[in-house]
Design a binder for this molecule. Structure first.
Ligand code: HEC
Length: 95
């Protein structure tokens, strides 16, 4: 009997551990390296995450340059972020 109780407890512990792991692995966070995820997780800590399609590439250039001392990203991440944020503004706005 003693060993049976122990087995039940162990099963409970395993179920809890599995639930916790699932919550971590399948949370609402988007995949971490898309520009959108970078904007939400890295740029949203000081102000609201910047929205795509609001500022032109030309306007974003100096802003992102100022931000290089604020946020540490790889060159690829900066380039992808610029493409993402300037998306749909280039064709309609004079630069
Ligand atoms: C350490 C804090 C901090 C983080 C992190 C941060 N910002 Fe900012 N951001 C600021 C401050 C302060 C301002 C206002 C002054 C300025 O424009 O430099 C600002 C302003 C802005 C503006 C508006 C600028 C304008 O002139 O309209 C944009 C766009 C922006 N941030 C984009 C970003 C992006 C993209 C990231 C992520 C790569 C980011 N921010 C992360 C502090 C931060």
């Amino acid at each position: 009997m003693r060993s049976r109780i122990a087995r039940v407890d162990l099963a409970k512990v395993c179920a809890l551990a599995a639930a916790a792991f699932t919550a971590v692995a399948c949370g609402p966070e988007p995949p971490p390296n898309t520009p959108r995820a970078v904007a939400t997780s890295r740029c949203g800590s000081c102000h609201a995450p910047p929205q795509a399609g609001v500022r032109t590439r030309g306007a974003l250039g100096p802003v992102l340059l100022r931000h290089r001392t604020r946020v540490r990203l790889t060159e690829d991440q900066w380039a992808a972020l610029l493409d993402y944020l300037a998306e749909a503004t280039d064709a309609t706005t004079a630069r």
